[in-house]
Design a protein around this ligand. Sequence first.
Ligand code: FO1
Length: 305
Amino acid sequence: MKVVALAGGVGGAKLLIGLDAALGPNLTAIVNTGDDDNLYGVRICPDLDIVTYWLAGMADERRGWGIAGDSFTVVDSLGALGAPNWFRLGDRDFATCIHRTRRLTEGATLSAATDEIRRALGVRAQVLPMSDDEVRTRIVTLDGETLAFQDYFVRRRADVDVASVVFAGIEDAKPAPGVVDAIEAAERVIVCPSNPVVSVAPILALSGVRDALAAHPSVVAVTPIVRGAPLKGPADRLLMGLEVEVSASGVARLYSEWCDIFVVDGSDASEAERAKGAGIEAVLLDTIMSDRAASARLAESLLSL
Ligand code: FO1
């Protein structure tokens, strides 16, 4: 079965490893790049790297991001020089970013550089950045500040009141080559339990993507909200900022125009009923991916829906 999965960071990566175990090269991950930035003189692509490291079996799975066993000599040394070093880019992770930056400087597209990196790391699944063009997620606070995404998420620990979220550059950005074609050719599209506001929404905002999902007969989305709270990250505060109810059925309603089946966690049965009440087909599955076996079980269930 050819499957496309839309993914952001850790929640996406956990489901992708289960899907990869079942599908290998028949899996294509389309990954958010709105979190990307230029820091320490290199291009950082946190979601692409998180996804690639998890699929390569080299991620620090406890922390979620970065490479297991990595050291932090470069960022610590930058700190000793008095430079800002709040973004904890590990040394081996730095090498990925230096290599990517060199390839981009040489004229390679982000898609090409991403493909080279995933092949070098032995990843079987296709990994596509959502776009080769720069899209930058910015958080506008109630105080009127505009923060770059990593500034908001890492330096400020997402501890700000969010007024709105902007995807700078989205109007001129095109989906990366192969993104829309992969969606159209897939037998099933799976939207990972990634942050709806800052991981899934930027992908949907690219021209042609939402229409391709709406036209697709089998789009399955997994809830990122279980019993009224996100499993990880600031999705609750971001949803509240957009006046979307922080619940599985709230996300189901947000996705209703293009989602065929919405997966609610088994512990949240009343939310499935609420989604059904709003005319959305909802099913209950165990969505908590506490280890690789749980990721594989959820992936198998999603593939057999
Ligand atoms: N997240 C943090 O909370 N603190 C960090 O210092 C940090 C460093 C980092 C380095 C490389 C990388 O690829 C990701 C990193 N992340 C860090 C995670 C990341 O910024 C976020 O999880 C994503 O942007 C949201 O998906």
